[in-house]
Design a protein around this ligand. Structure first.
Ligand code: SAT
Ligand code: MN
Length: 623
């Protein structure tokens, strides 16, 4: 946790920097903060306590500098709009690096770097990168402070936007610092927007509302458990507790220590008989995890509560059950598509205390985005600050526009979010955005078939990362951009959980996005997905029927409650139709994909491909 300076960094600010105001005497932490400040040369170091007063001070500051616009205090109390630079709107997978001593430990799906060389490069770009700015020190806990599944981190950043967002998304401040001082391990995370206000020879330049740099590094060192992020202020690149720590670093920690860090929402479902089920579900970014996490059931007597919408950490407990926490304390959700019709719970949650990024501004000082209401307002200021009308021919909000809000504001939040022991996981769901082939729901026959289901996720690309929207890409376990080590080893780690657990969750595949030949969605989705959740819970309970198909178990004719649902019988049939030729092609694609993992691919995955192939050949359908 120390910084070795690989070059002689000289600058004006360091010797005037005082760490005497530090609220800690923790020698390791102080040394790391001092070393980072010597490298990045901020004017000032500020230790964050996570208090409401600090939030107010920083948001006032950002309103004054133009980073934030304060929304109308009556329409949207204590809420703000940030407009990012047009080039800094999503994660940058091409600049996301995993540094491990052996290339094969990063695997073929990550951008690998040799740690020494990457460190050298990073020290080059971070040298002086905070000149003229304040460096904030942000201690945080992922999960309830001190919990058996929780972890600690400290982010330093020159972005007050990152500080207030980390305050919403994590348990940030004094309590986390106290846990660090008590000797718990912590992950150091360095973040700079890479826009110093003073150059090496002392020339000053003015600040801009959203400082960033065309050169970006989202760098991870899973072996030494460090994060270095440069050049971006966008959520997934800048809030280092989130994807960088809670997925990339934590997945590697989990492999070493026998647990799982997953890109999964967490739900608590209560049946009409008051039996409680906990479900975890993995979907690629922007495939409706937040909507599913906040679903309002349309079937009577069922209740769904939210525990998490993006990340789950799951660990075997002493009884051999898999227990999960949501390591986050807030939601960083996609705004477009969130509306009163699709996610009324989220709309209520967003009524106050929200930081919006890249949505549109209404004339009365409120926000709007595509899908919020059926009709767009007649005039808006779009996400880039330009006048907008419905005939402008471009979206008013960026497709990856986001809201940042405390989980405690969610009307459907379950108390369990603050239970450090986590909840027992009954079922795991894997899904993607697939217009064809993948049935509405299937149950894996056993754990290894479930791992195969997770490993075979493909999804149509969304706007959450750079790339061509709509293109089909393999996204195993929805972790393609987030696994901090070799994906084949990751499959193996999942298979090995079988030996660490006394009771295994059931595994299901789901697809809400199947379309007919005319392009129309066949399944209404949203609240109606409760019908699928009901079947899943009844399978856990052992009371719902199923029949076998080559892809797994599917509901019997009376398995899904369809009362009050207006889905034609032909559409229902199509939702479960398995086209052998299309599946044969799908398996060919999968095999080609899996081949890139070479010898490291667990043999079981190959056996599962063969199992499905054989089932398709035999047309093994039993009623
Ligand atoms: O990576 S983000 O946290 O910005 C959102 C996502 O892609 O899931
Ligand atoms: Mn996500």
């Amino acid at each position: 946790m120390t910084i070795e300076l690989t070059r002689d960094v000289t600058g004006p600010a360091t010797d005037t920097l005082s760490l005497t105001a530090a609220p800690t005497t923790d020698a390791a932490l102080l040394a790391w903060v001092r070393g980072t400040a010597e490298l990045t040369q901020p004017d000032e170091v500020v230790w964050c306590d996570g208090s409401p007063a600090e939030f107010e001070r920083l948001t006032d500051l950002m309103v004054a500098t133009g980073t934030l616009i304060r929304l109308d205090p009556v329409l949207r109390p204590n809420s703000f709009l940030a407009r990012s630079a047009p080039t800094d709107v999503a994660r940058v997978e091409s600049r996301t690096f995993i540094a491990s001593h052996r290339r094969e430990d990063a695997g073929p799906t990550n951008n690998w770097r040799e740690p020494g060389a990457l460190r050298e490069e990073l020290h080059g770009v971070f040298a002086g990168s905070m000149r003229g700015r304040t460096m904030y020190v942000v201690p945080f806990s992922m999960g309830p402070v001190g919990g058996p599944i929780s972890q600690l981190g400290v982010q330093v950043t020159d972005s007050p936007y990152a500080v207030v967002s980390m305050g919403v998304m994590t348990r940030m401040g004094a309590q986390a610092l106290a846990a660090i001082e008590a000797g718990a391990p912590w992950v150091p995370a360095v973040h700079s927007v890479g826009f110093p206000l003073v150059d090496a020879i002392g020339r000053v330049r003015p600040d801009v509302p959203w400082p960033c740099n065309d050169l970006k590094y989202i760098a991870h060192f899973p072996e030494s458990r460090e994060i270095w992020s440069f050049g971006s202020g966008y959520g997934g690149n800048a809030l280092l507790g989130k994807k960088c720590f809670a997925l990339r670093i934590a997945s590697a920690m989990g492999r070493q220590e026998g647990w799982l860090a997953e890109h999964m929402l967490l739900l608590k479902v209560t049946s009409p008989e008051q039996r409680v089920f906990h479900l975890a579900a993995a979907f690629p970014s922007a495939c409706g995890k937040t909507n599913l996490a906040m679903l309002r059931p349309t079937i009577p007597g069922w209740q769904v509560e939210t525990i998490g919408d993006d990340i789950a950490w799951m660990r075997p407990d002493p009884e051999g059950r898999l227990r999960a926490i949501n390591p986050e304390a807030g939601f960083f959700g996609v705004a477009p598509g969130t509306g009163w019709a699709t996610n009324p719970t989220a709309m209520e949650m967003l009524s106050e205390n929200v930081i919006f990024t890249n949505v549109a501004l209404t004339d009365d000082g409120d926000v709007w985005w595509e899908g919020m209401t059926e009709q767009a307002p007649q005039h808006l200021i779009d996400w880039q600050g330009r006048d907008w009308t419905p005939d402008s021919g471009r979206p008013a909000a960026h497709p990856n526009a986001r809201f940042t809000v405390a989980a405690s504001q969610c009307p459907s939040i379950a108390d369990d979010i603050d239970d450090p022991a986590g909840v027992p996981v009954d079922a795991i769901l894997f899904g993607g955005r697939r217009r064809s082939n993948v049935p509405l729901v299937t149950q894996a026959a056993d754990w290894s078939a479930g791992v195969f289901l997770g490993a075979s996720i493909s999804s149509e690309q969304t706007a959450a990362a750079e790339g061509t929207v709509g293109e089909l890409r393999h996204d195993p376990f929805a972790m393609l951009p987030f696994a901090g080590y070799d994906m084949a080893d990751y499959f193996g780690h999942w298979l090995s959980m079988q030996d660490r657990l006394e009771e295994l969750p059931l595994v299901f595949g789901v697809n809400w996005f199947r379309r007919g030949d005319d392009g129309r969605f066949l399944w209404p989705g949203f609240g109606e997905n409760s019908r699928v959740l009901e079947w899943i819970c009844r399978r856990v309970e052992g009371t719902a029927g199923a029949h076998e198909t080559p892809l797994g178990l599917v509901p019997t004719a009376d398995g899904l409650t369809l009362d009050g649902l207006d889905v034609p019988a032909a559409d229902l049939e199509e939702l479960f139709r398995v086209d052998p030729a299309a599946w044969s092609a799908e398996l060919d694609r999968l095999e080609t994909y899996f081949a890139r993992f070479g010898d490291k691919l667990p043999a079981q995955i190959g056996r599962d491909v063969e199992r499905v192939r054989a089932g398709l050949r035999e047309q093994r359908w039993t009623a």
